[in-house]
Design a protein around this ligand. Structure first.
Ligand SMILES: Nc1ncnc2c1ncn2[C@@H]1O[C@H](COP(=O)(O)OP(=O)(O)O)[C@@H](O)[C@H]1O
Ligand SMILES: [Mg+2]
Length: 291
């Protein structure tokens, strides 16, 4: 049933799910055949096997899967922080490692990692200052740190130090910092997982507002089905061990998405589809489990 809240003409048109062009696309993120095994004296852990998907420019992709499905490992490989054993990562035509060295990749970790002695504004400006050389090679960021902080509802706390802010506000500063640096692609590893449910809901809509203003290419990790559906153009459902792509679920809900979108039939149908995919990968655990 079509909801009156969602005019059909505004439905987003999504690229072909799962289509992978092996290392040829220069307009987005291409992950092809990525595999990773961790070896130690105690044995080997196969974390990822043959993971392939393409995130076209300007799309918001979310990876969902329970703890241990290799989500963080995959993000670290895309960020150039970890070497894959098989396969490759191409970011806007460059290898993951080069893209990372050229500051094309932004990373929002699970905890905000702010410098306690710097103010909110100074924390957000820091990567721009530290990487001035790399920044000079690119166009100037389209929005100032002040503008971004204000979109995130932090316009009144620019001069506060992190310790004076709640956990939710600190995480918003970390997100603002990543957007202010204006990388070609933004990676986020469960940035809301340590927050309470109400704060999470608020933050996911603030993140959407921020994203709406420039449609950055994003790869986001979560274990919340609702969060994945609210935010994404495409949901990559992971199975484990080793982590593989179980399914690609397109989210063709119209944008911009307000809070009412969560009440629609279309929303619930997609949520159900994601839960079913998780269940078929994970037995009865339909919520994706831990982090
Ligand atoms: N540095 C490491 N050394 C050994 N094993 C690791 C390392 N990092 C991750 N693993 C293992 O790889 C698997 C995937 O981990 P991870 O990517 O953190 O999963 P997720 O983020 O989905 O919870 C897990 O079994 C984890 O124990
Ligand atoms: Mg993780």
């Amino acid at each position: 049933m079509t909801s009156p809240l969602l005019p059909p003409e505004r439905s987003a048109i999504i690229g072909e799910p799962g289509r992978v062009e092996r290392g040829t696309s220069s307009d987005g993120l291409v992950v092809s055949g990525v595999g990773k095994t961790f070896r130690s004296r105690d044995g080997a852990t196969s974390a990822l096997a043959d993971v392939s998907f393409t995130v076209p420019r300007g799309r918001f992709f979310t990876i969902i899967g329970p703890s241990g499905s290799g989500k963080s490992t995959l993000l670290r490989i895309v960020a150039g922080l970890l070497e894959a054993d098989q396969g490759d990562v191409v970011i806007f035509g460059e290898s993951g490692r080069n893209a990372s060295a050229n500051k094309q990749v932004g990373f929002v970790p699970q905890s905000p990692a702010l410098l306690p002695w710097r103010t909110v504004l100074e924390n957000v400006r820091l990567p721009l200052q530290v990487n001035r050389k790399a920044s000079e090679r690119r166009d100037a960021p389209s929005r100032s740190p002040e503008e971004i902080l204000s979109t995130m509802g932090l316009g009144d706390v620019l001069d506060k130090r992190p310790a004076q802010l709640s956990g939710g506000m600190q995480q918003r500063v970390a997100i603002a910092r990543a957007f202010a640096f204006d990388p070609a692609i933004l990676l986020m590893d469960e940035p809301f997982s340590s927050l309470d449910e109400l704060t999470r809901e608020l933050l996911r809509h603030q993140l959407l507002d921020l994203w709406e203003s420039d449609h950055k290419t994003v790869l986001f990790v979560t274990h919340s089905v609702t969060e994945a559906v609210v935010l994404s153009d495409m949901i990559v459902v992971m199975s484990a061990q080793p982590g593989r792509v179980q399914a690609l679920v397109p989210v063709s809900l119209p944008r911009p998405r307000g809070e009412l979108v969560e009440l629609t039939d279309e929303f619930h149908a997609i949520e159900r589809q994601v839960r079913l995919e998780l269940r078929s990968a994970w037995g009865e655990r339909s919520d994706g489990g831990g982090s």
